[in-house]
Ligand binder design. Structure first.
Ligand SMILES: C[S@@+](CC[C@H](N)C(=O)[O-])C[C@H]1O[C@@H](n2cnc3c(N)ncnc32)[C@H](O)[C@@H]1O
Length: 275
């Protein structure tokens, strides 16, 4: 597995990314949602921008729209690319793109049989990364961005980083949430009993996404590693308390001063290229 999308032999990576920062900020300063808590903050927005610029996909599929900040950023970064935006709850959108095709159906249920070869999928939906990688592989999508690639100490679902750390995710939820899950499950069982034509598959999928425990056996991650040609955790802009790759700046760049609140958010956003 290569660890960068850039040519790491020349010292380029960091230098070139620094130049990109000014271009990025010209866009980001005009973002429609100034307070995007619960969505991408500046470290990840910049990573998304750089990866899109580097890969130049003809089609971007976004799974996890929320208020629409990243939809807007994708549009501004790649004005010519087509855009499919998926969220099971599209009512949260504050920015609605005129050109994106929106869907509230889960990524795995779509017809992606006629998409361009260099399609890129941006997963920011907090769904098990292993499942998402398998689905992308099934659709023949090679370029993948995993927005929240949490380490074993954090997160609310199984990530690829946790898998490489041999960490099996155990989901802890509130008492109320478990009750709600039980209620949803009860409805499924009642419907199964009284409706002959009721197909429970999609409802059970929703239950699966509510209780997100995951398990695997020794050596399982080798199957995933075998399919990956590039695994690139995009570095944060500045040094953070957590262990990360070398940050892009030693000191806070003067243009970043107004983003001090956002700069502390970083969850190892990762680009993956499948073989
Ligand atoms: C972290 S937010 C996305 C933030 C957005 N990308 C941004 O930074 O502006 C996660 C979103 O995933 C959505 N979501 C949850 N399950 C999903 C699924 N199965 N498919 C697509 N979206 C899903 C949630 O409704 C929520 O809006």
């Amino acid at each position: 597995m290569k660890e960068s999308i850039y040519n790491t032999d020349s010292k380029f990576s960091y230098k070139k990314i620094n130049i990109e920062l000014n271009n990025f900020l010209k866009i980001y300063n005009n973002r429609p949602i100034k307070n995007n808590v619960g969505g991408c903050q500046i470290n990840h927005a910049f990573a998304l921008y750089c990866i899109l610029k580097k890969i130049k996909p003809k089609l971007v599929i976004e799974s996890g729209v929320y208020k629409g900040q990243t939809t807007w950023l994708i549009e501004k970064t790649l004005p010519k690319a087509k855009l499919i935006c998926i969220d099971i709850d599209l009512s949260q959108r504050k920015y609605i793109s005129k050109k994106a095709q929106y869907s509230n159906i889960d990524f795995k249920f779509h017809d992606f049989s006629k998409i361009p070869v260099n399609t890129l999928v941006f997963f920011d939906d907090h769904i098990n990364h292993l499942n998402r990688l398998k689905e992308a592989n099934f659709f023949g999508i090679k370029n993948i961005i995993l927005e929240d690639n949490y380490n074993y100490k954090s997160g609310d679902f199984q990530t690829i980083k946790q898998l490489f750390e041999n960490h099996k995710f155990i989901h802890s939820e509130s008492y109320f949430s478990y009750l709600k899950t039980l209620f949803i499950f009860l409805i499924v069982i009642i419907k199964k009993n009284i409706l002959n034509k009721y197909n429970a598959y999609e409802d059970i999928d929703k239950i699966n996404n509510r209780i997100r425990d995951y398990s695997f056996h020794k050596g399982y991650s080798n199957n995933i590693k075998k399919k990956i040609s590039v695994y690139f955790e995009f570095p944060p802009l500045i040094k953070l308390k957590m262990k990360t790759k070398k940050p892009l700046f030693k000191k806070i760049h003067v243009n970043l001063n107004k983003f001090l609140n956002e700069l502390k958010f970083y969850n190892y956003i990762t680009f993956i290229k499948l073989k």
